[in-house]
Design a protein around this ligand. Structure first.
Ligand code: CTP
Ligand code: ZN
Length: 153
């Protein structure tokens, strides 16, 4: 008869890579998009609605053999401000850090001004964060400022 070890991780441990823990359950897929993981070619493990001591329910993403730039990781603060980033090497936790809303955000957002050049031509968007709480960003191209963020498709 097999016994199930109750202490085993629900989403398996990884040998090397990055774990993004404590993601709100509703934004796990947004985090995947922001980090460009929809076309990543190695293993990505995803858990949604896992029990969490701190937050009730949470999401988690584990990316094998990948270490992100802090700048890219910070972009996820827009949708997962309490996320914990964990660097794993040889199965050990070697670093744990949090995310901060960056001062500049490129590519992932869309300008709300329909006349903005970024909505007419294939130009990557660039925003300056002019307020973090509440969030307020300003388009580098048309200078329109906005408090509602929209993600580029
Ligand atoms: N983890 C992993 N692979 C490893 C080691 C850890 O996927 N080889 C994951 C664990 O699943 C956990 C996270 O990395 O989600 C952090 O690991 P650890 O610090 O051991 O967990 P906790 O003490 O539960 O951390 P916290 O209290 O911050 O949730
Ligand atoms: Zn604009």
């Amino acid at each position: 008869m097999t016994t199930i070890n109750k202490r085993e991780l629900i989403v398996s441990a990884i040998e090397n890579g990055t774990v993004i823990d404590h993601i709100p359950v509703t934004t796990v897929l947004m985090v995947l998009n922001i980090l460009g993981l929809n076309n990543y070619e190695d293993e990505v493990l995803i858990g949604i609605n896992l029990d969490s001591k701190k937050y009730g329910k949470k999401g988690i993403i584990k990316v094998r053999s990948k270490y992100f730039e802090q700048h890219d990781l910070n972009k996820i603060a827009l949708v997962a401000p309490n996320a914990t980033l964990i660097v794993i090497k040889n199965y050990e936790v070697v670093e744990k850090k949090s995310v901060q809303i960056p001062d500049k955000i490129d590519e992932i957002l869309k300008c709300i001004n329909p006349n903005c050049i970024t909505n007419k031509e294939a130009i990557k968007t660039q925003f300056t964060v002019i307020g973090k709480d509440p969030l307020k960003i300003q388009c580098h191209y048309c200078e329109k400022s906005m408090t509602n963020i929209r993600f580029a498709e």
